[in-house]
Design a protein around this ligand. Structure first.
Ligand code: ACM
Length: 263
């Protein structure tokens, strides 16, 4: 099975343009999984809550999720993608999972980064894993990586692959995800964006690219450049994520000493 990422530079506020870009690049893919960046349809640097409100959409009835469903069907591909969600008066930094069968599920970002806290509510879905014909897929969003509990919770729920839509600005994540994969023995696909945003009086934000596919043994199967628009899928064997034994005497799940851990 093939799984990978689409890395590009969204144009702030131009949802239709960003979806057309994704749709154009996706014509080279015809199966497996593709992860898109966090807030891929809206861009990242909001300067007022009303902007985030105007650009957010209901899930799954909104325009972006409906277009992703259509793309999943047309390309026979599972898509994990970050979008701004509106639910009543609340806004969430969310990710949707769609497949050839339609809408599968949504996750709301648990750990909000910096000014996201001004626009979005903290996610209330918890970490979820969906069983699909291509494997068990869990999602976390960007800064969630900083909290090892995120990946661990997904692993304990049976995730084979963590789809990780991101808008990374700090340099640590691509290397840190190697450890997340080794300690949980699963695949992770971090889809980051490229480019720069400078809106209003705010400081410019530079996104670090370097999207990657990491295997359960920590091997980086593919890592993109900092700036390039890139779509890459690697051939992965889901069974590699289902063996949690390091040797006949060590199993990373059954060796856990929960009574000695603090929550
Ligand atoms: C981030 O969570 N977008 C850094």
């Amino acid at each position: 099975m093939k799984a990978g990422f689409l890395q590009f530079s969204p144009v702030f506020g131009d949802i239709k343009h960003n979806i057309e870009t994704v749709s154009r690049i996706l014509t080279s893919v015809n199966n497996g999984l593709i992860v898109l960046p966090e807030l891929f349809n809206t861009g990242y640097q909001f300067i007022a809550r009303h902007e985030a409100e105007a650009l957010s959409e209901e899930i799954p009835s909104g325009y972006t999720t409906q277009r992703l469903i259509e793309l999943s069907k047309n390309r026979s591909v599972y898509i994990s993608a970050g979008i701004a969600e509106r639910d009543g008066n609340n806004l969430y930094n969310s990710a949707v999972l769609t497949g050839p069968e339609g809408f599968i599920g949504a996750y709301r970002k648990t750990h909000l980064f910096f000014e996201e806290k001004l626009w979005f509510s903290p996610g209330d879905t918890g970490f979820k894993v969906w069983q699909t014909p291509i494997g068990n897929i869990g999602m976390m969003i960007c800064f969630d990586w900083f909290f090892p509990e995120s990946a661990r919770t997904l692993a304990l729920q049976g995730a084979d692959i963590i789809a990780h839509p991101s808008n990374l600005v700090l340099p640590y994540c691509p290397d840190a995800m190697v450890t997340r994969c080794i300690e949980n023995r699963l695949f992770a696909i971090t889809a980051n964006r490229t480019g720069r945003e400078k809106r209003g009086e705010k400081d410019a934000m530079e996104f670090i690219g370097c999207s990657e596919i990491v295997a359960p043994n920590g091997k980086i199967l593919s890592r993109a450049a900092k700036d390039a628009e890139t779509i890459i899928q690697a051939e992965i064997n889901i069974d590699d994520a289902r063996n949690k034994s390091l040797n006949p005497l060590n199993n990373i799940f059954s060796d856990r000493r929960e009574s000695l851990y603090r929550s």
